[in-house]
Design a binder for this molecule. Structure first.
Ligand code: CA
Length: 411
């Protein structure tokens, strides 16, 4: 029996055990932590006593070395941590290395190598296609043949809690002028991110069945977006500065090992994809992750990840089919998660029908896009084993006013 008295439905119970990086103060060195209940276990400290064979993995204070160590070590460490909470002999050591989660500063958990963002939700792609290209087929001709994606900017991936300064960009005004101005259509995108651990030397697509040998776990992503900037720049090469100013991630990376009970069959695919993407005969990687989007504390959407057309395994296979390898710390996100129903849409662009139908908040205000001072939270959970809940934590951010921009006049 575990000596730790946690309510059975706690999202960070022993079924979850997500990893992160924390500091005990702004000038303290970062340390690797595991979230357990409302506490953080200092793995950098406790590994020096109870896990000497892997102590070096946690000395750097982030997840980089653990990610690189590969699936056998991931399993070993997770089993060891779980075991400590069921062993009275380790109780004193473990308890002395736990501190309240509210007392620590959470850092970006790993060094982001490359960042890719997909567009894997059919419901999102259809709604956005209808809004951006009215009158034409909302799904591009390639969409059901491959997971559409683009390479994003790894250097602007930030951890939850980082404020978002409203970005500037080139936009077209209502009277047709082109100006450099703060975005007037700032949006959120609720997404699921996959964190690559063990590298892949490249040369061929990562087989679908090898997904869990390379992907360590998942985090939540808010892909901040400037819709007016995006709309003016995206033809012909796709998203660029309308996306690259900031992408926020949750501080806790939940191992795939914690999500076995959340695996579900993804939606049926028609047409059948090419063999490297065809999971119809395999055990596919659909995941029943239930997201929520809160705007100023009010829930505005409940996007269901299980409705996503392309799984993380298919995204990874496609990402590598041209021979590209993978590095530890590569992050790829699903794209906005939206379900078939209106309340399941993972962006304000969709919830407000492109700005035409404002979203009402309980304080009487309405939103089409984000205003200065708005706070966005994306949080999530998944079914765990034996009726438990696996928490995915949250990614939180507040919008700050744009900085003054010299030369921001029109042309
Ligand atoms: Ca996105």
């Amino acid at each position: 029996m575990p000596w730790l008295g946690l309510p059975p439905q706690h999202p960070f119970g022993l079924q979850t055990l997500p990893y992160g990086s924390f500091r005990t103060g702004s000038s303290a060195a970062p340390r690797v932590g595991v979230a357990v209940g409302d506490d953080v276990l200092d793995l950098t400290a406790v590994s020096g006593v109870l896990l000497r064979s892997h102590e070096r993995l946690f000395a750097g204070g982030d997840l980089d070395r653990l990610l690189a160590a590969g699936p056998a070590v991931w399993h070993e460490v997770r089993s060891a941590v779980r075991g400590w909470f069921g062993d009275p002999a380790t109780r004193d050591t473990v308890e002395s290395a736990m501190r309240p989660a509210t007392s620590v500063l959470l850092e970006l958990p790993f060094t982001v190598a490359d960042y890719v963002d997909f567009y894997a939700s059919e419901h999102h792609a259809r709604t956005l296609g209808r809004l951006l290209r009215p009158g034409s087929d909302p799904l591009p001709a390639n969409w059901k043949h491959l997971p559409v994606g683009y390479h994003g900017r790894a250097g602007t991936v930030v951890v939850s809690g980082t404020p978002l300064v409203r970005p500037h960009g080139q936009v077209r005004t209502d009277d047709g002028r082109v100006v450099l101005a703060p975005t007037r259509r700032l949006d959120l995108e609720a997404e699921v991110g996959f964190v690559v651990g063990a590298p892949w030397s490249g040369g061929a697509a990562v087989p679908l069945e090898s997904f869990a040998e390379h992907v360590f776990g998942v985090c939540l992503v808010n892909d901040w977006s400037a819709r007016d900037v995006q709309a003016f720049e995206y033809v012909p090469l796709g998203p660029f500065l309308g996306k690259s100013f900031a992408t926020a991630v949750s501080p806790w990376v939940v191992p795939l090992a914690a999500l076995q009970a959340a695996r579900v069959r993804p939606p049926a695919r028609d047409p059948r994809p090419l063999p490297y993407l065809d999971d119809s005969d395999a055990e596919p990687w659909g995941l029943d992750l239930r997201l929520e989007v809160l705007l100023n504390g009010h829930r505005v959407a409940q996007p269901p990840f299980r409705s996503t057309y392309w799984t993380g395994a298919q995204q990874l296979a496609h990402l590598t089919v041209n021979g590209a390898g993978l590095r530890t710390g590569d992050l790829f996100a699903s794209g906005t998660v939206s379900g078939p129903h209106e309340h399941e849409r993972g962006s304000l662009m969709e919830l407000s029908e492109g700005g035409r139908t404002p979203v009402a908040l309980p304080d009487g205000s309405v939103r089409t896009f984000l205003e200065d001072g708005d706070e966005v939270v994306v949080r999530g959970r998944a079914p765990g084993p034996d009726g438990t809940v696996v928490g995915l934590g949250e990614v939180r951010g507040t919008v700050l006013p744009a900085r003054p921009a010299p030369g921001a006049s029109g042309s």
